[in-house]
Design a protein around this ligand. Sequence first.
Ligand SMILES: *Cc1c(COP(=O)(O)O)cnc(C)c1O
Length: 459
Amino acid sequence: MKTNAFPPALLVQTLQAAQTYLTSLTERRPFPDAAAQQALQGFDEDLPQSETPDETIVAQLAEIGSRAAVAIGGGRYFGFVMGGCLPAALAAHWLAGTWDQNAFNEVTSPLAHRLETVTSRWLLDVLDLPRTATVGYVAGAAMANLTALTVARSALMARCGWNFRRQGMQGAPALRVLLGAEAHPVVTRALSLLGFGTEEWQTLPVDDQGRIDPTRLPALDDRTLLGLQAGNVNSGAFDPFAEICAKAQAAGAWVHVDGAFGLWARASRKKRALTHGIAMADSWACDAHKWLNVPYDSAFYACRDGAAVADAFDIEAPYLLRQPDRRAAIATMDMSRRARAIEIWAALKSLGRDGVEDLVDRCCRLARRFADRLAAAGFDILNDVVLNQVVVGWGDGTNIDALVRQVQAEGTCWLGPTHWQGRKAFRLSISSWASTDDDIDRSADALIATAQTLSTKEP
Ligand SMILES: *Cc1c(COP(=O)(O)O)cnc(C)c1O
C-alpha cells in the first residue's frame, strides 16, 4: 500500500533521472534512434490491475522515456519553431508541478494570481505593447489566436449594436475578414471555428517574403477584422504594420497580430524596426514556449480593450460572486488551468531585459551563420534572413526529401522539409538559448557532408 506522505527517495530518484538526461543534452542525438523508438513498446502494456510502486514508474520513465525523448532542449534541434528550456524556467516548472496550483483566480491561488499580474506587466513592458492591455495565459499560440479572435468577433459586432452573447450568430451583422495569404493555419482554423467560412474571408496578396503588400490593401471599415503576422513560420518575415495599422485605425478596423515567435523581436534593439507600428494593433498572440524558452504548453495573448475581453469571457456562477477580481481572472476560455506564469516569471527574471535581447540577437546571429555556411557550400538561401529562420533550397529540389531524411538519420542535427514560393526546401529555426556557434558549425558540417554523399551517388 502506498502511504499518504510523499516518499523522499522518489524525489532523489527523479532528480537523478533528470540530471542524467540534462547532462546528456549537449551530446545526445536531437532525435531518438530506431532502437530507442523501438523500446517505446515497453509502454504498450495493459492497464495494470493493481498498484505499481512509484520507484518503478520513475525507473520506467527514466529508462524508456529519457532515451526516446526528442532533445529540443539541446543546441542542434532546428525543426519547426520550437525553442529550448531555460534552467530557471525548468526549475520553476518543477516547483510549479510540486505546488499544483489552479491559476483560475486569486481565490484558487493567490500565488499564481500575483505572478500572472507581475508577468503581464513585464511582458507588456519587454514587448513594448500598450501597458493597460489585458493579458491571458493559454496553452499555445493556436489558443492565443483563437482567444484573441473570439474577443475581436464580439467587439466588432458590439460596434454594430449587436450583443453576440445574447443575440448569437443567426442574423448577426456581417463582418469582413482580411488575412494575408501566408497566415498560419491555426489562424485560418480559428476563424472557421468562430463562424467565418474559408470562402468568406478575403486573402491578401503577399510578396516574395510572405509579407502583405500594403499597396494592394482593399478599403477598410469598422466591420473589418484584419489578421497580420509577425514572424512567418518559414521566412521569419513581418507584415508592414505601420502602414497597415494606420489605415486600419483610421477606418476603425480591428487588427489582430499572430506573433507566435516574431513578437519577441521587439525585445531586440537590432530587430525592433521589423515590428514598427505593431503596437497600434488591437490584439496580439504570442508563445512563451517558443522563443522565451519555457517548458511546453505556454503562450499568452494581449488585448488593448479589457472591457471587450470581459464581454467575451466573463461568466457568472453562484460560487464566483464573492471573487475579488472576477473580470481579470476570466481572460480566456479556461476555468481551471496550470499556473503558466510561474515559469514565465522565472524565465524573464533570470534573463532580465538584456538577457531576452541577447537570446533573440544570438539566435538571429546563429541563423545568419548557418545560412552563410550553407550558401558557401552551394545551397540556395531562399529567404531574406531577417530573424531566426532560414529557408534552404538544394539543386532543383528533387533530392530535398532524401537529404532531410539522411540528415535526420545521421543524427548530428534535426531539421524538417517545407515548401517555399513553389519550391521544395528545408527549414532551420534557431530558437534555443542552448545553441552555440559550435552547434551551428557541427550541424553545417554534417549537412554539407550528407549532401555530398547524396550528390555523388548515381540517381
Ligand atoms: C508556432 C506558430 C503558431 C502555432 O503556435 P502553437 O504554440 O504551436 O499553438 C502560430 N503561428 C505562428 C506564426 C507560429 O510560428
